[in-house]
Design a protein around this ligand. Structure first.
Ligand SMILES: NC(=O)c1ccc[n+]([C@@H]2O[C@H](COP(=O)([O-])OP(=O)(O)OC[C@H]3O[C@@H](n4cnc5c(N)ncnc54)[C@H](O)[C@@H]3O)[C@@H](O)[C@H]2O)c1
Length: 261
């Protein structure tokens, strides 16, 4: 339950008009943070911010450096500093077989999902290093270490995000800035049909898909002073997906082994 763990902090959450970003932004607000809801969907960002106590909605395409400049300018003008940056914005419906790849597909995904993380992080890092305090949280994916079929550009970008996280943790640690990765599993941000949710859940160790709010608690922990010695680390909220080698439906101890339980 919210207990004011982020009181007095200023947080920017990108891609916060919907899905996981929205859930994190709203939980940060409930924990007492002033929140900048940044999204390329301007009406969506403003609507989420309007539902919170102390928040600002800002139109920002993270792939655009002028947009990122405007995001940080607006944040400083309204709240005076940046304590937490959550790099959540990403293109997520990106599947395409590699034999059907084209340059626009690759370039657009890398521009948002990897270069976008650089664009916001470099601006935040300079402010945070001067303050000798700050946290950057990068949303990655299981695809960074275990490939999705037909998602080479997305997976490569997320692999880059995880490498960037480690590199920034080293460069910024001496300046009091922590940098971590947060990995969602199969999270239902779109309101999937019941049968699709059930089918996906069968092959997840915890037996179900996740909800956007199930990333919010870990995101609060990483942003909070409870995590003051945590940097360069990866937190997974994935129902056990990345711990798994074979899926339940083909495993030797299938779900039918203890029918009475
Ligand atoms: N949902 C999942 O199952 C899942 C699994 C693994 C990783 N992730 C990661 O978690 C994060 C959130 O995923 P989600 O499912 O909530 O995504 P989503 O597609 O539901 O929402 C993404 C949000 O980002 C915004 N956005 C997209 N491009 C943008 C840009 N260029 N600039 C600013 N905003 C932009 C969209 O408008 C939207 O509000 C992403 O980084 C994604 O890769 C999600």
């Amino acid at each position: 339950m919210p207990d004011g763990r982020l009181q007095g902090k200023v947080a920017i959450v990108t891609g916060a008009a919907s899905g996981i970003g929205r859930a994190i932004a709203e939980r940060y607000g409930a924990e007492g943070a002033a929140v900048v809801v940044a999204d390329r969907n301007e009406p969506g960002a403003e609507a989420v911010a309007a539902g919170m106590d102390e928040a600002l909605g800002v139109a920002c395409d993270v792939a655009s450096r002028p947009d990122c400049d405007r995001l940080f300018k607006a944040t400083l003008a309204r709240f005076g500093t940046v304590d937490v940056l959550v790099n959540n914005a990403a293109l997520t419906a990106t599947e395409r077989h590699f034999l059907e790849a084209d340059d626009d597909w690759w370039d657009s995904i890398v521009a948002v999902n990897l270069t976008g993380v650089y664009n916001t992080s470099v601006r935040a890092a300079r402010l945070m290093a001067a303050n000798r305090s700050g946290v950057i949280i990068n949303l990655s994916s299981g695809g960074a270490s275990r490939a999705h079929r037909g998602n080479a550009a997305y997976d490569a970008a997320k692999g880059g995000v995880e490498a960037l996280t480690r590199a920034l943790a080293l460069d910024l640690g001496p300046y009091g800035v922590r940098v971590c990765t947060l990995i969602p599993g199969s999270i239902d941000t779109k309101g999937l049909p019941d049968e699709t949710r059930r089918q996906r859940g069968v092959n997840i160790p915890l037996g179900r898909v996740g909800e956007p709010d199930e990333l919010a608690g870990p995101a609060v922990f990483l942003a909070s002073d409870d995590a003051r010695y945590v940097t360069g680390s990866t937190v997974m909220s994935d129902g056990g997906m990345l711990a798994q080698q074979r899926s339940a439906t083909v495993d030797i101890f299938g779900l039918e082994k203890f029918p009475g339980l």
